[in-house]
Design a binder for this molecule. Sequence first.
Ligand code: TXA
Ligand code: MG
Length: 316
Amino acid sequence: MAEVGTDINGAVELLTNSQVVAIPTETVYGLAGNALDEKAILEIYSVKNRPKFDPLIAHVDSISKVEDLVDDLPEKARHLADRFWPGPLTLLLKKKNHVPDLLTSGLDRIAVRIPNHPLTIDLLSHLDFPLAAPSANPFGYVSPTSAIHVQNQLGEKIPYILDGGECHVGLESTIVGFEDDQTVVYRLGGARIEEIENAIGEVKLNVNMSSNPAAPGMLKSHYSPGRKMIVGDILENLSKLNPETTGIISFNRSFDVPKRNMAILSESKDLDEAARNIFSALRKMDQPHLKVILAEYLPKEGLGKAINDRLRRAAV
Ligand code: TXA
Ligand code: MG
């Protein structure tokens, strides 16, 4: 099992020696390694069992460190950076030559963000390299929002988990890039589309499901709780099923199934609270006695859009 704690110096030591460490962020836990070191990057891909065509996000603690990685920070990008960093936004920007192709899967853009978690900011400030960090889950599974989630799935394969408590956003970052003059959102996430549009004007959504790796991050089947899932009218779907073997993820109401089969995202219908709970709810549904999981779509506003996106992908 991995050691779990808050030893920044120990984490620095491991990372400096090409090893990987799980780190907390406000969105989800990441599996971190030196983003400029091919040995560390290969270890991340191997621990996650992730195909190398799916590139990694680089994490830093300042805009000047972002500038060391990218050719140019366009005006709109700078605006978004000022508005959202540190925070749940990832920008796709043209990479500098020294950034390893292995990090970006050969693409000419690098994904970067400044995460908003005090432990990880402290860690990054002690490093003279950025941290590559995909979500710390096996490829295709639900993202981890606590140190225990990481321990349960990757504990055998990594030396250390930096424990920063529960993630307070609970959904991965929103990924934004620029095509000609257009701002494009490639993944819905913790930064709300409404707020992005307030900052820089209209954006185009390119978040369609695809099994095409040229649209990374948008792999069709993702966030799987490990069994069949149906998103729709819960009551109607439940009427055709055995409640003993049916799991339910609802927005705010309880249904007539055993308690261990039931996850409520937010009794007060708070979409931010629902976002914090969605990945734990999906994990709770990974129980051997459950045959089918029923869920429902949330209101299409704020973080509701990103939650619905994760439900849709979990159901594929
Ligand atoms: O909130 C987050 O973004 C978390 C925390 C740990 O920071 N990280 C995360 O990483 O969700 P990951 O690898 O699970 O998802 C990142 C997505 C991937 O689907 C990848 O395809 C896309 O970002 N991506 C990374 N680099 C890219 C690039 N150069 N061009 C296009 N897409 C990229
Ligand atoms: Mg992921």
